[in-house]
Write a protein that binds this ligand. Structure first.
Ligand code: SF4
Ligand code: SF4
Length: 478
């Protein structure tokens, strides 16, 4: 057997270029891959078809591009050294075909990636076709968490999208070559048709990533296992049932969700967990980390400090930096004890207004790329589509409505394109108005509009990224 591209990543045409991206950024490899490729890079990558070893790939490249073997070898090596994420090159994605489940192998035809010279376009950071979608099937919840960041009031008395619309959307996602359905919410299991949604997702060979706090019974869990659900995310905030109850605002709940975790293990469903850290639970969180790490079916545990919420914020829920430092130190011991588990503390945000001007400026221009409305979008329970989850029903960011439009019509709607390529003249006030870096800022890394709203208020969507050195000090963010 020869070499092949790891099937956890996928090669797809995207207008005048190709993209290489992780098909499952939640349960796939630790570092998500996303990169644009020139047509010739995609064609060369297709030569790793599971049959050819490296010397044969070089020979095939020589033949395909009319090169001598030495030149072809240099080109192939340059491709293998190409960075596809912060720490990974293409070389790390090329594996021996005998090590993978061959039914998952992806074999490409190099000729499918040809683009005439005049149509090659590597400049636009926005995908021509979305490559991910977050779906919020409901904003209803079983719990009433003290740290909730969701706009649950925003959809009161509005209808939730139907199972029929969801099935249509699945087909449209497949046409876009999306293979993972990332759910968020709301609690998925508050919908009466939650099991139908999972069933039709799995029957289309799509992978659902479901976060829940619902205390699923043994019968529910066994039903999920029979359907073929392999993983689920349980949000759990402490090991002590009393502390859990306080965090989620629901008496007698803690014991039940701990039981659900057990049922999932018995049924063979693997579990990711998520824990929000506040002053109320940070003292118990390390007991929880150790308890979770000991469970064979729990493979990933994420701890996130409370962050400012747009819809129901409370400054007293921020953890002190001393508490976070202590927790991080204690967590390091658990990580060392269970090296085969993915246990991490994420989202320890830096004060966006802090630091001297130069440091702030260099950090700002090196910020992570905003993916909203560039790689994917977010489907709201009423069928409308926004660009980033926490923006929810904010009208300014609504790019379409799936009850009236197809996914591609929404993706290419005038509002979607206007938000993707804003013009300075549309900015009424604030630091971005007349900013000399406006185009570079918006066409390259992009503004984190979610944090703009958090920092400056719901009515300031056009204000600067809170990290920008030209931005004023706004609301406390950490
Ligand atoms: S956030 Fe606004 S003010 Fe800051 S660089 Fe970008 S466009 Fe300019
Ligand atoms: S708006 Fe902010 S949170 Fe949303 S995708 Fe962009 S950078 Fe991330």
């Amino acid at each position: 057997m020869g070499l092949i591209l790891n099937p956890e990543v996928k090669l797809r045409m995207d207008g005048g270029r190709s993209i290489l991206f992780s098909v499952n950024s939640v349960d796939g490899a630790e570092e998500t891959v996303f990169t644009f490729l020139y047509p010739q890079q995609a064609m060369m990558l297709s030569l790793f078809d599971g049959e050819r070893a490296l010397p044969e790939v070089i020979k095939a490249a020589a033949c395909l591009f009319n090169l001598d073997e030495e030149a072809a070898s240099r080109e192939v090596e340059a491709l293998l050294d190409f960075m596809v994420s912060k720490n990974q090159t293409i070389r790390s994605l090329i594996i021996d075909a005998s090590t993978i489940d061959l039914s998952k192998a992806r074999v490409y035809d190099p000729y499918d990636f040809i683009v005439p010279q005049e149509y090659i376009n590597m400049t636009d950071v926005r995908c021509r076709i979305p490559c991910s979608l977050i779906i919020l099937p409901t904003m209803r919840c079983f719990t009433n968490c003290i740290y909730c960041y969701a706009d649950r009031a925003g959809i009161q008395r509005q209808e939730e999208f139907s199972l029929g619309l969801y099935k249509r959307l699945l087909q449209e996602m497949k046409e876009c070559e999306i293979e993972t359905v990332d759910f968020s919410g709301g609690d998925f299991f508050c919908r009466d048709d939650a099991f139908d949604i999972i069933e039709c997702t799995l029957s289309e060979d799509m992978y659902p990533t479901i976060p829940t706090k619902y205390p699923l019974s043994k019968i529910d869990v066994d039903r999920l296992a029979r359907m073929g659900l392999s993983t689920i995310q349980i949000s759990i905030d402490a090991l002590s049932p009393d502390i859990i109850d306080k965090m989620v605002g629901k008496p007698s709940y803690g014991g039940k969700i701990l039981k659900t975790l057990e049922y999932l293990g018995e049924a063979g469903i693997r579990v990711r967990t998520n824990t929000v850290l506040t002053p109320y639970n940070i003292g118990d969180a390390i007991n929880l980390a150790r308890h979770l790490a000991q469970k064979p079916h729990i493979f990933k545990c994420n701890f996130t400090p409370y962050g400012r919420s747009l819809y129901r914020h409370d400054n007293s829920l921020f953890c002190s930096s001393a508490d976070l430092d202590n927790f991080e130190r204690a967590l390091k011991h658990v990580q060392d004890e269970f090296p085969h588990k993915t246990i991490y503390l994420s989202g320890t945000n830096i004060d966006p207004y802090g630091g001297d001007k130069d440091k702030r400026s260099s950090a700002f221009w090196e910020r992570a790329m905003c993916t909203a409305n560039r790689r994917g979008a977010v489907v709201l329970p009423n069928g409308k589509v926004t660009i980033c989850e926490e923006l929810y029903f904010h009208e300014y960011f609504i790019i379409g409505d799936l009850t009236k439009q197809t996914l591609m019509e929404v993706w290419n709607s005038p509002r979607a394109l206007e938000l993707a390529h804003p013009t300075p003249s549309a900015v009424l006030d604030g630091s971005c108005k007349d900013c000399p870096d406006f185009r570079r800022c918006h066409e390259e890394r992009g503004r984190c509009v979610r944090d703009t709203l958090k920092a400056y208020g719901y009515n300031k969507p056009h204000w600067p990224d809170a990290r920008c050195p030209r931005a004023p000090v706004g609301n406390r963010m950490v």
